[in-house]
Design a protein around this ligand. Structure first.
Ligand code: ADP
Ligand code: MG
Length: 344
């Protein structure tokens, strides 16, 4: 009797155990969660593969909160931190900084040196002068700025800038008032890296973030090769598939997404710091790198440098995987990039 009772309980326990396992199995089964929202003047798409939906959604809502703050704080002409710093720097030569912004500005200075000045966050006065500061994505204007105005903005864009982290804390110090820092050429990369860091903190191990065609991927446990679509050429031209691996980011800078038409000519929102005029050397540049901010800054530098500087800038910025579309639509790619591209 006793034995039978035990055995029955045993069977029951066994079944209960099975049911629990089945439930746990169900909960843990990888399911894809996706989200799309507008931020940084573009659409951001998030895909998470490995968390139950409620947890994935919680991770995404925390990431959205981070992104809303970064959008405000890192916009050169806004009410957030960088906007305030820029207002201070119009009348003073020093302004305090938060550690995250200080770190990014320091990195920007290093990448600027590596790019031989083709990527330069001091470009703000010229971006503003050419009408790209608060303008919609694409706009028309009747006249280009005068040579005198370009020269004045160029002078401001060449004032020396130091980013310091010593006794009073993080601060930016300049040679004279008039500096206007614009991190638009590097922020997207950094934002992707911060997004991935946030998702990792929330327990995500496999995810993709696509911020308007700049894409970061991670697969902490597996070894998935992600195939992402990039549009290195203009709207309507062939989309290409690129293989991305865990921890990598791809960014593209081009004249197709943001530009102004002035007197029938298309001016890209990327300015050549040497001339103070919109860059006309190439149509687009695409870079893959494990350091997302480096990928972003390098894409900006490569489009400014054009075909003639392609290899030199790749070397100087320690970029192996890059391509450039010249003004005739011809693609120049490093061997590493060629190996990863497919046309569809
Ligand atoms: P996208 O915005 O298409 O990703 P970029 O990463 O090249 O392209 O960023 C372009 C932005 O960078 C511009 O809108 C401007 O704010 C800023 N910028 C323009 N010219 C330069 C430059 N030479 N160096 C650094 N930043 C630049
Ligand atoms: Mg860039």
């Amino acid at each position: 009797m006793t034995g039978g009772g035990l055995s029955r309980r045993g069977v029951l326990r066994g079944l209960a155990g099975l049911a629990a396992i089945a439930l746990v199995g169900c909960k843990n089964r990888p399911q894809k969660t996706t989200a799309r929202f507008a931020q940084f003047g573009t659409l951001v798409d998030i895909t998470i593969w490995d968390l139950p939906r409620p947890q994935a959604e919680r991770a995404i809502s925390r990431l959205r909160r981070d992104y809303a703050m970064l959008d405000r704080d890192w916009y050169a002409w806004g009410d957030g931190e960088l906007g305030q710093i820029n207002r201070t720097l119009q009348r003073a030569i020093e302004a305090p900084l938060s550690a995250p912004l200080g770190t990014l500005l320091q990195q920007s200075l290093q990448l600027s040196a590596a790019s031989r000045g083709l990527f330069d966050m001091r470009i703000g006065p010229l971006v503003e002068l050419w009408g790209f500061a608060n303008a919609p994505t694409t706009a028309s204007g009747t006249a280009a700025p005068s040579d005198a105005d370009i020269r004045a903005a160029l002078d401001r864009s060449r004032l020396h800038v130091d980013v310091l982290n010593d006794r009073p804390g993080w601060r930016v110090r300049t040679e004279a008032p008039g500096v206007l820092l614009d991190i638009g050429g590097i922020a997207k990369g950094d934002i992707l890296a911060r997004g991935m860091a946030r998702l990792t903190t929330e327990g995500v191990s496999k995810a993709l973030i696509d911020a308007g065609g700049d894409v970061a991927v991670m697969d902490l446990q597996g070894s998935a090769a992600f195939r992402v679509g990039i549009r290195p050429a203009r709207e309507g031209e062939a989309l290409r598939l690129l293989e991305l691996r865990h921890g990598e980011t791809v960014t593209t800078s081009g004249d197709y997404a943001r530009y102004r038409d002035i007197g029938g000519r298309r001016y890209a929102h990327i300015i050549d710091p040497r001339t103070g005029r919109p860059s006309e050397q190439a149509r687009s540049a695409t870079v893959v790198h494990e350091e997302a901010a480096r990928a972003d800054a390098a894409a900006t530098a490569l489009i400014v440098g054009g075909v003639a500087a392609f290899e030199a800038i790749c070397d100087a910025m320690r970029v192996d995987t890059a391509l450039l579309v010249d003004n005739q639509g011809q693609i120049r790619a490093t061997p590493e990039m060629q190996a990863r591209l497919e046309t569809i």
